[in-house]
Ligand binder design. Structure first.
Ligand SMILES: *[C@@H]1O[C@H](CO)[C@@H](O)[C@H](O)[C@H]1NC(C)=O
Ligand SMILES: *[C@@H]1O[C@H](CO)[C@@H](O)[C@H](O)[C@H]1NC(C)=O
Length: 264
């Protein structure tokens, strides 16, 4: 047994803190990979026992056109923000109210956004190269997430604005992955609001532990473009366990995916 492991075990035994002091004890492969998440902590049980989990494969045969659905109503503005290494992905956190998404008369406030690479949702079985999640929450604590898929190609203009900061974040992260952050100053979230004439709506879960359910998903139909360089920048600050941070697709278990389309 190496001395490092010995001291790790010793300090865990002394402090009995190992699991509780380490919020990121899940990973994307091996002993704490996605099919083990449900057993890593009692609070993660939905990850294995849930019946309405995310991500899912958006397959034509499971998609129904729903003419009751309204265009996505989003009101975003600018706010102080920081670029954060969440340990398991890179995101942007806002230090104040930055806007909302309205669904069926309910307001869901934008809390944070983060990227996964490759994509988590699939389209007819096909994985895309990255996916952005804009995470909103209403006053009761229910989540609504807007997902944006990216395919390799030209650089994405929003990520382009963050390139220097991503390099700084990678430097800061090398001293300790978790919680490293870089001030962005004022970040205009209106840049995130792109017209989308199509979206896919279904009820699922958060895609990371605790995999909480009853999350209203809206996956935009418009696939955006991201460069190889930008994907590298989004992965660089992460530890090896999290460089590929896409949870595998989950069974629909009878759920339908509802399609909104401006032209029907
Ligand atoms: C944004 O952050 C800066 C520095 O952290 C601070 O000086 C400024 O007052 C903040 N702006 C708002 C609107 O909170
Ligand atoms: C599920 O989320 C919706 C909002 O999308 C909320 O109105 C409802 O109360 C939630 N249900 C439960 C059981 O939390």
């Amino acid at each position: 047994m190496s001395m490092t492991i010995f001291f790790l075990i010793l300090s865990c035994a002394l402090l009995a803190l190992c699991t509780s002091a380490d919020p990121v004890n899940f990973g994307y492969y091996g002993a704490n990979g996605p099919n083990k998440w449900g057993s890593l902590s009692p609070s993660f049980s939905a990850c294995s026992k849930g019946k309405a989990q995310s991500p899912v494969d958006l397959r034509n045969e499971n998609i129904v056109y729903n003419k009751q659905l309204k265009p996505l109503e989003r009101h975003y503005h600018s706010a102080n923000a920081s670029l954060v290494n969440n340990g398991f992905n890179i995101g942007i956190h806002f230090d104040m109210k930055v806007g909302d998404l309205r669904i069926d008369g309910q307001k869901f406030y934008l809390k944070q956004m983060h990227w996964h690479s490759p994509s988590e949702h699939r389209v007819n079985g096909k994985k895309m190269d990255a996916e952005l999640h804009l995470v909103h929450q209403n006053e009761e604590g229910s989540f609504a997430v807007v997902g944006v898929l990216y395919k390799l190609g030209d650089s994405d203009p929003v990520i382009s604005k963050l390139e220097k900061k991503l390099v700084e974040l990678a430097k800061e992260s090398s001293a300790g992955y978790d919680g490293a952050h870089i001030d962005l100053g004022t970040f205009d979230v209106r840049h995130m609001k792109r017209r989308s004439r199509t979206y896919y709506r279904y009820v699922g879960s958060l895609t990371t532990p605790p995999c909480k359910e009853n999350v209203t998903w809206s996956i935009l139909g418009k696939v955006r473009s991201i460069s190889t360089e930008q994907i590298h920048l989004l992965k660089a600050p992460l530890s090896p366990q999290f460089k590929n941070n896409a949870r595998p697709v989950q069974p629909l278990d009878g759920r339908k995916i509802h399609k909104y389309s401006a032209q029907g």
